[in-house]
Design a binder for this molecule. Sequence first.
Ligand code: GYE
Length: 330
Amino acid sequence: MFHASRRSFLSAVAATGVALTLAACGGSAEGGTGSGGDAGGSGDGGAIRVGYSQLGAESGWRTANTESVKANLTAENGFDLTFVDAQQKQENQIKALRDFVAQDVDVIAFSPVVETGWDDVLQEIKDAGIPVVLVDRTVDTTVEDPYVTHIGSDFKAEGTKAGEWVKANAADAKIFELQGTLGSGAQVDREEGFDAVVGSQVVGKASGNFTRAEGRTATEAALQAYPETTLIFTHNDDMGLGAVEAIEAAGKTPGTDIQIVSVDAVRDGLQALVDKKFNYVVECNPAFGDQLAELIKKVAAGEDVPKETVVEETAFDQTITQAEVDARPY
Ligand code: GYE
């Protein structure tokens, strides 16, 4: 099912109390780790060596997610983390994954920037017998059983929630859809969920690559191309905040002239709700580092884990208070 035989052996050894001998052997491979790593773990004492490829630092969500991962995969919690940021480039991620294979880490965790294009590297990881924990976004691959477990959001359900709010609250809306990184699980599935409810009202679509700057430029172009737009569905808060800038620069009022429905619910997005510039925000929860740490421990020990862990999320409208926004941890 998954390729944890070596890990099962490690855990069995640990359970019988000869872990120290084994850790000493493992220690001889020292020096292979640390490229881009900043966790400072020494790798001794039986720590679980995790190679983590984060896809980038494109949004408030991603920053919060990185903080949550780093706060939980600590040396004190028994991890030796090598964390590498791919700056939203798939080739950087593939390189990091190959480095992790060369370092023979215990577990590889990664958040894939797009869904396709992973076949070769996933096969290499599988051949090396290193278990993969997929974080946040998903993959679409021909490799069989490419990962042991996935933890992340139900992006389609997020899109559906957004669509249902529009259907109930802005039934005649003419919608511009501000898409995330094209080909990413978050874009593909949010769009599918949303469009299944109100897709017939979508007058135009363009990608803002999940960043504020590109969200602004895409909206500037959309205001010209689709002047009939009365509502923007943005696949994340950062692009929505860029849209606010574009709408205001065009002399219109976001939240009123053009309503904004968003996903994420980072503090800046929720502040825009209080300020009546956003109308509805579906939560996407980035703070699952604690659950991830537990999963990785189990995977490293060869224990059974669920194939899917879906993080819990809610949604917010303009009834949110300033106090709630101020209490938001990210
Ligand atoms: O919604 C967006 C980020 O994959 C869930 O990526 C994540 C998305 C998140 O850039 O802000």
